[in-house]
Design a protein around this ligand. Structure first.
Ligand code: DLL
Length: 431
């Protein structure tokens, strides 16, 4: 039973007491086992053994993606590697990876939380769940997969891509629940229509979506086209993966699994907490993670917390759907991409970093990414050389980032400028 009213419907006072106790235990464990944090606590005069109020959380140090990348692969782990049973990864910064690890207890908790998110979305153990997220280093596929198994549902690990195969699986396995990025759901809907498949004859009834920004308009369209209830869910690899927050059937904000994650919203410029209910950057402290516990991790995601009671009875605070990013991270086809990755690849493929611009559009339902690169001189005898350069850049982008980019050599004047400077990213997508 993963709808766990004992926790999910706890009264605020008891919940805050539980969070405080878990935070105290986490901080003492972290201070003992992670030199990076021990040093930070000492510098800030924080005694983790004497931390007795949730109001003091804003005194704790913030953690950034760069901290994780700077200590990669295992420098921030709080357990020895022999206790780690799973590793996933995501891009750090400055060409480095972030490695995230889990003990067996972490995996059990993660599965339980992913199951909770699925159940809040109305999924039951009688459902057949098609997971069309990436499996592999990404946390997305495995996170939901284990959650689905944990709650006793039947899970089909379809993984992403190959729309016709996805459709055959939906039909042949009597799939009731689709899990993917929202733009892909609309792509599937288009393809189903093109193939003349009667949606009403399918067993689909629920969709759990996430990994990229979407809107109420997109939700309405998915629900209407696929005849399902479409529910939003949120997570990020550094903190755990999917399972951090998810909507209930009220579909008015995602309940944060507060018994395992302490959420705050800060102003990304001043780093001070915003007033209750205001929009800012979501910051998360893990309360129960063993292998890679994080203190006040800056997610880069913009949202606001909704404290009003939810008619579903869950008392966990809700976060509004993600409003955007406060850094330059792009999400293309559900994959996180930093412009600096593109610049690094361009510099490694040529002999310097050329002037370039990333252009993002929607082609049909899916994201289309193009890199415009300034061509030195478009002279006929250089055409072959330029063609080779384009192919090499395309290949590197696809292999290193997992995203297919068009690459076009253009004259500088055809790029978009603002105040005499090239706009690094022109995002024409509408969510
Ligand atoms: O996207 C984990 C996940 C998978 C969440 C499946 C939900 C469903 P990452 O690849 O590390 O992990 O990407 C994390 O994706 O910081 C957000 O910017 C974005 N993101 C995740 N969920 C949503 C959402 C997974 N529901 C980054 N709406 C996060 C908007 C989302 N953006």
């Amino acid at each position: 039973m993963y709808f766990d009213p004992k926790y999910e419907c706890m009264n605020r006072e008891d919940l805050d007491q539980l969070k405080l106790e878990r935070l105290q235990a986490a901080l003492t464990r972290i201070s003992k086992n992670v030199p990076f944090y021990r040093k930070k606590f000492e510098e800030l005069g924080i005694d983790p053994y004497d931390f007795d109020s949730l109001n003091d959380v804003s005194r704790l140090p913030l953690t950034t993606k760069s901290d994780l990348a700077g200590h990669a692969p295992y420098g921030l782990f709080a357990v020895p590697l022999r206790e780690v049973v799973r590793l996933h990864g995501t891009y750090g910064l400055k060409g480095k990876s972030v490695v995230v690890g889990y003990t067996i207890n972490d995996i059990h908790r993660w599965s339980g939380l992913a199951a909770r998110v699925l159940m809040a979305a109305g999924v039951t153990k009688d459902d057949v769940i098609q997971v069309a997220f990436n499996y592999g280093l990404s946390t997305s596929g495995f996170g939901i997969h284990y959650g689905a198994e944990e709650m006793g549902a039947a899970v089909v690990p379809a993984s992403s891509g190959n729309v016709n195969r996805q459709i055959s699986i939906i039909q042949d396995y009597n799939v009731t629940t689709l899990v993917c990025i929202p733009s892909y759901a609309l792509y599937l809907a288009d393809r189903l229509e093109e193939l003349g498949i009667n949606i009403n004859a399918l067993a689909l009834r629920t969709g759990l979506f996430g990994e990229e920004a979407w809107s109420e308009k997109t939700r309405a369209e998915i629900q209407d086209r696929l005849k399902i209830t479409a529910v939003d869910s949120y997570g990020l690899s550094e903190v755990m993966g999917p399972g951090i927050a998810g909507e209930c059937l009220e579909r008015n904000g995602m309940h944060i699994n507060e018994d395992h994650f302490l959420a705050e919203v800060i102003d990304p410029r001043t780093l001070e907490p915003v007033l209750p209910g205001q929009t800012g950057e979501l910051v998360i402290t893990t309360l129960t993670k063993e292998a890679l516990p994080l203190v006040r991790f800056r997610t880069g995601d913009l949202t606001r917390l909704i404290h009003d009671p939810c008619p579903c009875g869950r008392t966990f605070v809700r976060m509004q759907r993600i409003q955007g990013r406060c850094d330059d991270m792009l999400i293309i086809q559900g994959i996180n991409v930093f412009p600096e990755q593109v610049s690094l690849i361009l510099s490694e493929t040529g002999d310097r970093i050329p002037n370039y611009q990333i252009v993002l559009e929607r082609e049909g339902r899916l994201d289309k990414a193009t890199v415009l690169v300034e061509a030195d001189v478009l002279v006929p005898d250089k055409i072959k050389e330029q063609q080779r350069f384009i192919e090499r850049v395309k290949q590197r982008l696809a292999m290193d980032l997992g995203v297919f980019f068009e690459v076009r050599l253009v004259e500088l004047k055809s790029m978009q400028f603002e105040d005499d400077r090239i706009v690094p990213v022109v995002d024409k997508r509408k969510f």
